[in-house]
Design a protein around this ligand. Structure first.
Ligand SMILES: Nc1ncnc2c1ncn2[C@@H]1O[C@H](COP(=O)(O)OP(=O)(O)OP(=O)(O)O)[C@@H](O)[C@H]1O
Length: 715
């Protein structure tokens, strides 16, 4: 019989209690694959740790570890007609350290998402307090290059495969100085590490919820951000997928990244996987520290977590007031996030606290007087004393600060290591001056190609548009067959010219109304995570449909022009076509403005309704002279009028010969008579074209301004 009776392999994760990642670059996924062999030999246990080669993402750009600290964060919104202020976050403080997986937890409405939005920089207005990065006041622009925000709903383009989505992400986020081969390696490595390799050809719309979540992470991982924020990463996942998802986040944090996620109420199994817990209740911090210290800490406050009870659930129950009014007690104990409860460190002095009478604590809408006092004290000691436990790798954490001790705290000013960190931070950036990894031209080209790919994939709409233009073209051609050269049918021909405007306007406008509303969630995510500028995106999206619309319009005009026997002269056809094309493009722009300025319901109703005055003042129903003077200005805004006038001039202007007539009297036999009846004798085709071009540009610029406003107001 051998000396070793039994050997068990235990995941290293079960034994490690927080690695120290100080000074390491964030280039390691840190998948924990070390194993521990536990051998039992006649009652004694021999533990052998066999380190395995950690799974690394060797091709990712090197990034420095980043610690975040925030102090006295207040977030206020104004509500109602009287503009009453509502405090959502009430002077909370805290720290989020690199190499740790942090959960922001709390009851519904506690302010988790608000805090996350503020920390990511997604919300900036109405925020007071300080946020520091590695001990320095946060520079939002630089911070956003170091961080990514993965929002709750996986905002992915459905018409791309996993690999294509990764290609777009690498092209946009890694820049042109990195070779194609390296980008390919990055994609392969990330997909392999995140278990998506075998799904690389699957369309994102066909992925499961967990796979979508992993893909969202993979897309942001390509430029290796040292800080990753997740809003409810486990929402909508089953327990097994939740476990996989949190395991992945834990692995990422083990690579030295700062991983922060909001979570509603994790199971006990998930809860144990988090290193750091930040809990909010009623906009205040009720616990900050190691997950392992939660139960003992609550115990010191007389809040005994029942055996076999999930500590996370217990804390939420306490925060919801199920065991009495303990929120104020917890807020005071943890100093609204200024304390950080750590393993192996004494708890804050809670003696006085246990005797705290409810009378000593002011209403929860304000900070306790105790806290305010502490705040004042802390400020008087050193303005940034919070940084002592603010996760800065060059300061010593002190999690046992109390009232008296605060007075004696000497803030450790940052030493040489601080400069090193700063340099590392700067070196870790693609370029400190550049906002995006690629030039705007490159961004435009990548997004443009992606949009064309969507159009190719989603051929239903393209076929429908093609079919509609050809079908309606033949229908109109048959209805107005051979009337273009008949002096007796000029009025019908004018009806045909007006219908062209109507048809081209509606088909172009209704297509683009939905362009932005459908894309907005992905646009918000990608633009916020610095994939591309809004300008590049806007140009790509708006220009990508122009060729298609032009082709459909040319086909339609070609059919109706020939079938209705309009003058067979090339220059007239050219004029007719250019007026029709411009009407299409202007109507597209109207759709874009409406889509950018309002939501889908309002837009779908308003766009056609808003077009009615333009149709009325087009010159077809009422001639210019018959319009009351005070309403004439509308005709100058009516793009339909310019289009109608342009096509009328193309068919009846420029000394067109007398029309054939098979009736005894033809009033409109002379084309000039038609123009006179329409008040178009002095009209200029060139002016119509210039007016349409000006309206086109004004609308395109307006759509951009509205889109930018919408993007900002969505935060
Ligand atoms: N713009 C606003 N105007 C008024 N109240 C707001 C606004 N934004 C947030 N709130 C309020 O702030 C509180 C915190 O909201 P937040 O979304 O951060 O909560 P949460 O903890 O993430 O909740 P949940 O877990 O249910 O998502 C809520 O009571 C919410 O109604």
């Amino acid at each position: 019989m051998t000396a070793i009776d039994e050997a068990v392999v235990v995941p290293m994760d079960d034994l490690i209690v927080g690695d120290d990642w100080e000074g390491r670059d964030v280039n390691n996924v840190g998948v924990i694959n070390d194993v521990v062999s536990v051998a039992r030999k006649s009652g004694s246990v021999k533990v052998t740790i066999t380190p395995c080669q950690p799974k690394t993402l060797s091709h990712l750009p090197k990034r420095p570890p980043v610690d975040i600290a925030f102090s006295d964060l207040v977030y206020t919104v104004t509500e109602g007609n009287k503009n009453t202020a509502k405090n959502i976050l009430k002077s909370v403080s805290g720290r989020l350290k690199s190499g740790e997986l942090t959960a922001i937890m709390g009851p519904s409405g506690a302010g988790k998402s608000t805090l996350l939005n503020i920390l990511t920089g997604y919300k900036c207005s109405g925020v007071k307090g300080s946020i520091t990065i590695n001990g320095h006041e946060r520079n939002l622009s630089q911070f956003r290059k170091l961080s990514c925000y993965i929002m709750q709903d996986n905002q992915l383009h459905a018409n791309l495969s996993v690999e294509e989505a990764m290609h777009v992400a690498t092209s946009l986020k890694l820049g042109s100085d990195i070779s194609k081969d390296s980008k390919y390696q990055v994609i392969q490595e990330i997909l392999e590490t995140l278990g998506l390799q075998e799904h690389r050809r699957t369309m994102t719309s066909n992925l499961s919820g967990g796979q979508k979540k992993r893909l969202s992470i993979a897309l942001e991982l390509v430029n290796n951000p040292p800080i990753m924020f997740f809003d409810e990463p486990t929402s909508g996942l089953d327990s097994s997928s939740c476990f996989q998802c949190i395991s992945l986040l834990k692995s990422l944090s083990r690579g030295g990244r700062t991983i922060i996620c909001t979570i509603h109420q994790p199971s006990a199994r998930l809860f144990e996987m988090f290193d750091h817990l930040y809990t909010l209740a009623e906009g205040q911090c009720v616990y900050q520290g190691s997950t392992k210290q939660l139960v003992p800490f609550l115990g010191t406050l007389g809040l005994e977590c029942p055996s076999y009870h999930n500590p996370a659930s217990y804390l939420i129950e306490v925060s919801c007031g199920e065991y009495g009014d303990n929120v104020r007690k917890l807020v005071t104990a943890i100093q609204n996030g200024k304390h950080d409860i750590q393993v192996g460190k004494p708890f804050p002095n809670l003696e006085n606290l246990n005797n705290v009478n409810q009378k000593d604590i002011i209403k929860s809408s304000n900070l306790s007087t105790n806290l305010i006092e502490i705040d004042k004290l802390s400020k008087s000691v050193e303005s940034d004393s919070l940084l002592q436990y603010g996760g800065n790798q060059f300061t010593k954490p002190d999690n046992s600060i109390n009232n008296s001790e605060l007075r004696s705290i000497k803030t450790e000013k940052y030493n040489n290591g601080d400069e090193a960190s700063d340099a590392l931070l700067k070196n870790g950036l693609p370029s400190s001056q550049q906002r995006y990894a690629t030039s705007e031209l490159a961004q435009f080209w990548i997004v443009f190609k992606r949009t064309l790919l969507f159009s190719r994939r989603d051929w239903t709409l393209m076929y429908l548009r093609l079919f509609a233009h050809i079908l309606v073209g033949f229908l109109i051609g048959s209805l107005y067959y051979d009337i273009g050269n008949d002096g007796a049918k000029v009025l019908s021909n004018l009806g045909f010219l007006f219908f062209n405007m109507l048809f081209l306007m509606y088909t172009s406008m209704t297509i683009t109304i939905l362009s932005f509303p459908l894309e907005l969630p992905v646009l918000i995510k990608e633009n916020f995570n610095r994939w591309y500028s809004l300008r590049s995106y806007y140009l790509a999206i708006t220009l990508s449909d122009i060729p298609f619309q032009a082709i459909f319009c040319i086909m339609y005009v070609g059919i109706v022009y020939y079938m209705t026997s309009q003058p067979p002269e090339m220059f007239r056809f050219g004029m007719f076509l250019s007026a029709c094309l411009l009407i299409s493009f202007v109507a597209q722009s109207v759709g874009l403005v409406v889509g950018a300025a309002m939501n889908v319901q309002n837009g779908v109703f308003l766009a056609p309704v808003m077009s009615v005055p333009f149709l009325l003042f087009s010159g077809f129903f009422v001639s210019f002279d018959a319009i009351p003077i005070y309403l004439r200005w509308i005709t100058y805004l009516s793009y339909i009028r310019y289009g109608f006038e342009g096509t009328a001039l193309a068919t009846y202007g420029y000394d067109r010969a007398i029309l054939k007539c098979h009736q005894v009297y033809c009033h409109f036999k002379k084309p000039l008579t038609t123009l006179r009846e329409l008040d178009m004798t002095d009209a200029s085709f060139q002016l119509d074209i210039v007016a349409l071009i000006i309206i086109f540009f004004v609308l395109r610029i307006s759509a951009f301004v509205f889109l930018r406003w919408k993007l900002k107001s969505s935060r």
